[in-house]
Design a protein. Structure first.
Length: 168
């Protein structure tokens, strides 16, 4: 999806990142993708969505606004290895005047199986003062339109999970 296909973002389906390849230096001594690089790929996918929403690097340069991740919860469900093509599905779950709640699924791009999820709370920041600030009205309207499109989707399994020891 590119920014030139403005209507694609408003369809009732998750945002799909471009297909990504695992880089050789990301493989750890266990022979699989190191946990840190899952976050790199999740972040790259979010950057693609932010471009579509109009809050990418140009927005920061011209309007002095950006986003910061305030909270992140990653679940590692199945190993990814060198050579595995991956794609990230992003669901916009919620938004208010300053925050975006997203849920991402890292999937094998050809076979479709789920490797990892990442649930995030992102805040909008006025970069002139480096404090949270409301989204401008035009950006908020775009976010709300995507939120309405995603509201009809089935909510993915794993939203709201916390880290706890199992009860015996």
């Amino acid at each position: 999806m590119t920014i030139t296909d403005a209507n694609a973002l408003l369809r009732p389906k998750p945002f799909l990142s471009s297909v990504m390849q695992i880089e050789p230096q990301w493989i750890d001594y266990n022979g699989h993708l190191n946990m840190a690089y899952y976050n790199v790929m999740f972040d790259r996918a979010i950057d693609q969505l932010w471009l579509e929403l109009g809050i990418g690097p140009t927005y920061m340069k011209e309007r002095h606004g950006s986003t910061f991740t305030a909270e992140c919860h990653v679940r590692y469900l199945r190993e990814i290895h060198l050579g595995d093509p991956v794609q990230i599905w992003v669901y916009l779950l919620g938004a208010d005047e300053k925050r975006l709640h997203t849920f991402e699924e890292l999937r094998h791009a050809t076979d479709g199986w789920l490797s990892a999820t990442s649930e995030n709370m992102t805040v909008h920041v006025d970069m002139a003062v480096r404090k949270t600030a409301p989204f401008p009205p035009d950006i908020r309207a775009r976010i709300d339109a995507v939120l309405r499109a995603h509201a009809v989707l089935s909510r993915p399994e794993g939203i709201g999970r916390s880290v706890v020891m199992p009860v015996r």
